[in-house]
Design a protein around this ligand. Structure first.
Ligand SMILES: NC(=O)c1ccc[n+]([C@@H]2O[C@H](COP(=O)([O-])OP(=O)(O)OC[C@H]3O[C@@H](n4cnc5c(N)ncnc54)[C@H](O)[C@@H]3O)[C@@H](O)[C@H]2O)c1
Length: 374
């Protein structure tokens, strides 16, 4: 472990990839955490770096992620670049002994992600996958109810993620060689991850994907090559426990804008009761049991933010602000010299399932999912 884990100095964090997710989630989260400081930023776009100097108040910038990962003045990196660049950057971070949180999907396929996981594990650094929705208060409370037995034996898991997005170009996200897959890797992979966390391992899946929008025009009206990734993804699955799972995601659900957050509904039906998480109202859970229809229940205060975090749950939009808790977990793991949750192992297992969805659809059959356990 690097110096930051063994002294009282602040954890010196660098951002690699200064785009949307860093601006919305990670930089505000670092600002909130008194144990961390943003010391450097890397991006392939020098013009954006110039802007970020002003936006984020930093002076140290570079276009070279490999050089940044070798910098002894940096303890930890947040990798928030397009999907195809995650693997080489993570391997450089492991070589430089940097703690790392990497955006999902960790890579373009499970083979690549396994290599990243092993490199990080063997380097002895903290590694974390940015699976945001595990941190929603209602998801944490749902997990608590499930694991404490309040819902009885879990029987069904169900997830819907419906977005109403424009049908213009998604940039790098719409090409298989840069993104790996579309809605499946961008959206459904989060829901695969929290299903594994709630329900335990999946043993078999049957999946399907589809593409409807050609996306040959950029938002500012220029022509571009058509998309070759899915904009709808789905799977059904069997968990080792015997429980069943059903997932559907789309970016083409007209009328599901919901202030930019879209529609998200995930639920578990147990032998004693049902519990529902919804992204647009993350501080409330729906609970129901036989004879009592689903009804809203406020999430208890202890689940509204991580223990010790200075974040005020009453501030900001609830569907935005829980995203800052990822960095809190990452820095906590570094300071407390423990593994982060979710780790790269979780990122690998979600990727194994997502890859099986594509394989299943190509071969039109169920696929066994052999998950990794160390
Ligand atoms: N966890 C979540 O909820 C969530 C939300 C949004 C995005 N993401 C993930 O975050 C990642 C980034 O997404 P985004 O929306 O911020 O994309 P973006 O396109 O807005 O930003 C990516 C940035 O990376 C830079 N970049 C490209 N190649 C680079 C390289 N080799 N080295 C350094 N910088 C490089 C680009 O110039 C760009 O500024 C993706 O993996 C995406 O799936 C996760």
């Amino acid at each position: 472990m690097s110096n930051a884990s063994t002294t009282s100095k602040k954890v010196r964090v660098a951002i690699i990839g200064a785009g949307a997710v860093s601006d919305y989630h990670h930089v505000p989260a670092i600002r909130l955490d008194p144990r961390a400081e943003l010391v450097a930023v890397c991006d392939a776009d020098p013009n954006l770096l110039e802007r970020r100097k002003g936006d984020w108040g930093i002076t140290k910038v570079t276009t070279d992620p490999v050089a940044l990962c070798a910098d002894p003045e940096i303890d930890a990196v947040i990798i928030a670049t397009p999907n195809f660049t995650h693997s080489p950057i993570a391997l450089a971070a492991a070589a430089g002994k940097k703690h790392m949180m990497c955006e999902k999907p960790l890579g373009l396929n499970a083979g690549e992600v396994r290599e990243m996981y092993l490199a990080a594990r063997d380097a002895g650094v903290v590694h974390m996958t940015a699976f945001t929705y595990r941190f929603a208060p209602s998801m944490k409370y749902l997990r608590h109810l499930l694991k404490s037995g309040a819902l009885g034996t879990p029987r069904h898991f169900r997830s819907q993620r419906f977005l109403d997005w424009p049908e213009t170009s998604w940039g790098w996200r719409q090409y298989q060689d840069k993104a790996g897959a579309g809605d499946l890797y961008d959206m459904t992979i989060h829901r695969i991850d929290f299903a594994l966390d709630l329900m335990g391992p999946l043993t078999q899946v049957c999946g399907a994907v589809a593409r409807f929008a050609p996306r040959t025009t950029t938002p500012d009206g220029k022509s571009c090559p058509p998309s070759n990734v899915d904009d709808w993804s789905s799977l059904i699955g069997e968990f080792a426990s015997g429980a069943t799972g059903v997932w559907e995601g789309t970016t083409l659900a007209k009328g599901y804008g919901r202030d930019g957050f879209g529609h998200e509904w995930a639920e578990v039906n147990g032998s004693e009761g049902s519990a529902v998480y919804r992204l647009h109202e993350p501080n409330t859970i729906l609970l129901g049991k036989t004879g009592e229809d689903l009804a809203p229940v406020p999430v208890p205060a202890e689940f509204l933010k991580p223990s010790g975090s200075p974040r005020d749950p009453a501030q900001g939009k609830p569907a935005t602000v829980f995203r800052y808790d990822l960095v809190w977990e990452f820095i906590s793991a570094i300071v407390e010299q423990r593994s982060a949750v979710p780790s790269y192992l979780d990122g690998l297992n979600a990727q194994i399932v997502a890859d099986a969805v594509l394989e299943s659809y190509q071969q039109r059959r169920w696929i066994d999912t052999v998950l990794a356990d160390e």
